[in-house]
Design a protein around this ligand. Structure first.
Ligand code: SAH
Ligand code: SF4
Length: 357
């Protein structure tokens, strides 16, 4: 039997196990701010408590199995979970460190970490490599949190540096809502990683009923919708889940989703050459998003072996973006980080499976 993992607990839950409750706060600080994964090092805890911690709990839910660094500085990590399954996370440096003439640091580097929520995925999008391997299991909250903690430690990102999180790795976060919602809270704990929900973006393929449920939880997170198409026929081809949750149902769910006044709902639009890159689609998108505080992120389709789709031309991407901007919709083109390593999510896993098989 596997031991329970400490990262699976909220501070309140730990407080029920270790009393008095301030012990939970101390443990949290050691784990998330002290980067400690050994009970003996938790020097302000009584010896008996350190022994219980060491005997009863695991501190680390995953280990690095493989890593690739891209020319642009993004690092893709394949983690092995305790049961041997693997998942991917990506560390994306957003801003370089700036040092003035006297060598003083004037701005810190900023990082976004892209994390997985499941081993595999049930949704089955036809353009996505993660879908190919099918669904294996949900991640626990600790396995979600553990990805960020491990990457911060490994890359020497000091504990007080807050990072942004996007749930855009492997899996459908809203298909594992309980663990994801718990992870959002553990991340946000001020005695822990202290990552405010406003710095966490959950990306979904559009499970409308789950979007409503997430909205009712009022976690304060940001929401990204993987829209990818403006009509149901094409969306159904790309994302079979659209049969159950069509575009209209998603728009309806988004309209009642609570967001911070200064924020917007993000719509991701995967651009595939000759399929959805025309200005007619851009026009429909403008109509569809009418009345929603939105921003659109255009994503270059990342080709992989055996995929029937191709990467769009830059000229079409830019024309699409310019059309949206000219019609009142904030739109940016996502810079494809890590294209030279293993491209879209699922590809590192796929590759290393081939290598080790
Ligand atoms: N399941 C969630 C989150 C994980 S997928 C979702 O679908 O939103 C994260 C993003 O990666 C999605 O927007 C997805 O469309 C995109 N993606 C998947 N395969 C891709 C590929 N081959 N090229 C570019 N983006 C891809
Ligand atoms: Fe799952 Fe997202 Fe990939 Fe679709 S794009 S199969 S929802 S991980």
């Amino acid at each position: 039997m596997m031991k329970p993992c400490l990262l699976d607990f909220t501070k309140e839950e730990l407080g029920l196990v270790f009393s008095p409750a301030f012990r939970a706060k101390q443990i949290f600080k050691w784990l998330y701010q002290g980067y400690v994964d050994d009970a003996e090092a938790m020097s302000n805890l009584p010896k008996a408590m350190r022994d219980t911690l060491a005997d009863t709990y695991d501190f680390v839910p995953l280990e690095v199995a493989h890593e690739e660094t891209s020319k642009d500085g993004s690092v893709k990590t394949l983690f092995r979970l305790r049961d041997g399954h693997t998942i991917e996370s990506v560390l994306l440096p957003m801003k370089e460190e700036v040092v003035d003439e006297e060598g003083r640091r004037v701005s810190h580097p900023k990082f976004t970490i892209c994390i997985s929520s499941q081993v595999g995925c049930k949704i089955g999008c036809t353009f996505c490599l993660t879908a190919k391997g099918g669904f294996v299991r949900n991640l626990s909250a600790g396995e979600i949190v553990g990805q960020v903690l491990a990457l911060k430690k490994r890359h020497g990102i000091s504990p007080e540096r807050r990072v942004n999180i996007v749930y855009m790795g492997m899996g459908e976060p809203l298909d594992n809502l309980d663990a994801v919602a718990k992870a959002v809270k553990i991340f946000a704990d001020l005695d822990g990683l202290s990552i405010s929900p406003k710095r966490q973006t959950i990306s979904t393929s559009g499970l409308s009923h789950q979007i409503k449920k997430l909205g009712e939880m009022n976690l304060g997170i940001l929401l990204a919708i993987s829209l990818h198409a403006v009509d149901d026929a094409l969306r159904q081809e790309l994302m079979p889940i659209n049969k159950a949750y069509n575009i209209a149902s998603i728009i309806e769910a988004v309209k009642v989703f609570p967001i911070d006044e200064r924020k917007r709902i993000m719509f991701e639009y995967l651009v595939i050459r000759g399929r959805n890159d025309d200005l007619g689609s851009a026009k429909k998108l403008v109509t569809l998003l009418h009345g929603i505080k939105s921003k659109v992120n255009l994503i270059y389709f990342n080709p992989h072996e055996g995929s029937p789709y191709t990467r769009p031309h830059t000229a079409e991407m830019e024309a699409f973006r310019d059309y949206l901007n000219a019609h009142g919709i904030v739109c940016t083109i996502r810079q494809s980080k890590g294209l030279d390593i293993s491209a879209a999510c699922g590809q590192l896993k796929e590759r290393s499976t081939h290598v080790t098989a």
